[in-house]
Ligand binder design. Structure first.
Ligand SMILES: *Cc1c(COP(=O)(O)O)cnc(C)c1O
Length: 381
């Protein structure tokens, strides 16, 4: 039995939805993209959603839309996929990595506050990552960010369907834009919703929404009311800034739209799998570290344990055809970052976390049999 750490589930309904698009007039951005955006915004409680060809493109565009001054730094967690910080470098911006809180594995808000206090004018924004599906306390983060006039672009690639209860005990969904200027999601197949490649940004700002639409499509404006010079005729459009072709295709969007309908079940199933793991680990006394996930809905993109025998367990499980993974090598430790100014960076909690981290199989399509097999093999190890 082969068990990966993550995998998509494609239903016959999903297949039918894609086939419908292939028979239609639109293959590139068309009605399925607009419908997916509308339904996705509704699902996470945001006013606007903009689809992209992947989340890396979404992060890049999001940063371009938010960037005020490349001389001012952006605070990013180092325990994330490199795209979270690469998006700043694409535009010539400056990244400063923040250490994680050793219990939540999310960026440490106290460190952020200390940095801002020490140098209030050095920063322009924060990119928090809802690591493994555990939402960052963006209520507290926004309170800090507002004091220093910083924007927040939440990388919620792990956390679609997740959320937390704020200080008024209101449920705040990731992507609702209550405390984040922009929120970014990924539809890579290991994530909750698969579109092949795909990404989304949600926001409540109409201005940001319009800007993202323009940047997604070459920086071209087609709305006559927004032209810089008088229209030359019906064909006329203006390229007003240096944008991209980061559009999603209708083929991908149809798949996403169909997959979105399973999101609620998906999150429930992942939470049930997490509970099975937690019960197993507390019964066996295996050494691991667990989130305190009171007052949150964890979307459980990943289930990460901490073990001193990480390499041995990884190799042992691999021999049993259980393919675990490590999320993440701290971004500042990658050769590109080491060679480009991040050599002196020391983030003890992030580095200590990485030394022991292992992601166990976690996906909504995992069968009872597969999960039992994984537990049995960990136990035998
Ligand atoms: C997957 C992921 C991305 C990039 O997503 P793509 O859609 O593959 O470009 C960015 N940030 C985080 C935290 C991710 O997990």
């Amino acid at each position: 039995m082969k068990v990966p750490y993550g995998k998509q589930t494609i239903t016959q309904e999903d297949i039918n939805a894609v086939v419908e698009v292939l028979k239609s007039d639109f293959l590139t951005q068309g009605p399925s993209v607009f419908k997916f955006e509308e339904e996705f915004a509704k699902a996470v409680g945001a006013k606007y959603a903009v689809a992209f060809c992947n989340a890396t493109a979404a992060l890049h565009t999001g940063f371009k839309a938010l960037n005020k001054n490349t001389a001012k730094k952006v605070l990013v967690s180092s325990i994330t996929f490199a795209a979270s910080s690469n998006c700043v470098l694409y535009e010539g911006g400056e990244v400063e990595f923040v250490d994680i809180d050793p219990t939540s594995f999310n960026l440490d808000l106290n460190i952020i506050e200390e940095k801002l206090k020490a140098d209030p004018n050095a920063y322009q924004g924060i990119i928090p990552v809802d690591f493994a599906g555990l939402p960052v306390d963006t209520e507290k983060l926004k309170e800090i960010a507002d004091r220093y006039n910083l924007w927040i672009m939440e990388d919620a690639c792990h956390a679609v369907g997740g959320g937390f209860f704020n200080s008024k005990n209101e449920f705040i969904q990731c992507g609702s834009g209550k405390y984040s200027d922009l929120t970014v999601f990924s539809f890579h197949p290991v994530k909750h919703i698969a579109t092949g490649e795909g990404g989304m940004i949600t926001t409540n700002s109409e201005e940001k929404y319009r800007h993202l639409l323009k940047l997604r499509s070459h920086g071209i404006e087609r709305d006559e009311k927004l032209f810089k010079v008088a229209s030359h005729g019906g064909w006329y459009h203006e390229m007003q800034e240096l944008g991209f072709n980061y559009r999603m295709s209708d083929i991908n969007a149809a798949l996403g739209l169909s997959q979105l309908r399973h999101l609620k079940n998906n999150i429930e199933k992942r939470n049930a799998v997490a509970k099975t793991y937690k019960d197993f680990f507390s019964a066996t006394g295996f050494s691991y570290q667990q989130y305190n996930d009171k007052k949150t809905v964890n979307a459980y993109h990943l289930f990460v344990i901490q073990t001193n025998k990480r390499r041995e367990l990884y190799d042992f499980l691999k021999k049993k055809e259980i393919y675990t993974q490590v999320h993440y090598i701290p971004v500042h430790k990658h050769p590109y970052y080491q060679e480009n100014g991040f050599k002196e960076v020391k983030l003890p909690h992030a580095e200590n976390f990485y030394a022991k981290a292992l992601s166990l199989p976690m996906y909504h399509g995992i069968s009872e049999e597969e999960l039992t097999y994984v537990l049995k093999m960990i136990e035998s190890f």
